[in-house]
Design a protein around this ligand. Sequence first.
Ligand code: NAD
Length: 437
Amino acid sequence: MKITVIGTGYVGLVSAVCFAELGHTVIGVDIDEAKVAKLKEGVSPIYEPELDDLLRKNIAAGRITFTSDITEALPDTQVVFSAVATPPNEDFSADLRAVFIVAETVATHADHNIVFVNKSTVPVGTGEKCEDIIRKKLTERGVDIEIAVVSNPEFLREGHAIHDTMQPDRIVVGIPQNADWAKKIMEDIYKPLTRTGKPILWMKRESAEIVKYASNGFLANKISFINMLSELCEATGGNIRDIAKGMGMDDRIGPRFLQSGIGYGGSCFPKDVKALIALSRETGVPLPLIEATHNINQHQRDRYFKKILTALPTNATVGIWGLSFKPRTDDMREAPSLDLIPLLLEAGHIVRVFDPIAMDNAKSMIKGEVTWSANMTDAVTGADATILLTEWDEFRGVDFTKLKTAMKGPDLFDGRNIYDPEEVKAAGLMYHGIGIV
Ligand code: NAD
């Protein structure tokens, strides 16, 4: 199958490379020429474990190429996956401009039947809007071809994206009415995975669009639920880790996404929860659990930052471990570090930072003067406080006695609740976790 993937970001590039690995012939298209130039050389513009090797292997095998010119890709292609970004607007709605531009561009240049697949996360009804844009353009051109608009939302997790794409729990595909030919093409694309037992769930396009938001809304809700209880623990002397353990062993609940911390960040949960709130306002359908999820997340971040700012001495030196929104990625979108660092600088503190992978991305996003440390020890040597913001594995095995000796002050802020408070205290440090007093 000849596949075009438009948008070679975290989702598009991984999808493109995995489709190539599954034996398809793939062209990745991106408007960012610098990105395309790197990709042509076999260099991934993003950090994702295993991606570099797979990219180079498939370029060498001639199964994947890249271009910034969509007209180079379309003539041979049977299916176009759109994986452009859908960031939040000020009013919380999803910014769909890139999706609509891509739909229109495909309709402007196509000269044969094509399946247009929305892989981006888009609110329910977007498929229909793409269909309208495409129909209008084809009519304007007087071209008699069919472009079927399919929804195939992506569920990969950054940091595990290759695994999630090659071993998906499920593949969700929403097909428009009377488009059996498109269904057949989608079946063929995913045959290498369905042959190994991975299920495709066929559904109405509207349902597929909703499934993606429902999944992210539910997971974000689980995080906000445990974070909400962390404040109750702090007020009453409970320990949130024990609450999570006690709840998680009930297999109707399960242990995952019950880790209390400074709240969710990243490019998906915050924006998808916001988009659901916008959808609720637009449709008049109340989604109070979703509104609460968002508010708790904001509150959790704010109250932990307040705790840090209150505890620090004046003009403190602070060492920050971790900048990306979560481990195993260089993605800085909606990372807590982006909110905390300006607050620290504004309060007159000196900030040193270290992240194993995200420093390059962070440099273009963090405003103000910080010291970019070469390693985790440099970041905290002589510091009044250490603040863990991202739970990279290498921050887990800390020798607290050595940390105490290296630091000037006693405060360790564990923004991800990964350390044992007793061990930290035994080394003479002050432990500041979440939901643990
Ligand atoms: P991204 O910002 O990493 O990548 C988007 C890419 O699209 C960029 O490289 C950009 O240059 C390119 N682009 C924008 N407009 C274009 C155009 N007109 N033509 C060609 N290329 C264009 O975004 P992402 O994180 O990969 O997310 C893409 C979509 O997938 C979003 O809707 C997101 O919600 C969804 N999603 C993301 C994840 C994730 O973990 N990142 C997981 C599941 C779903």
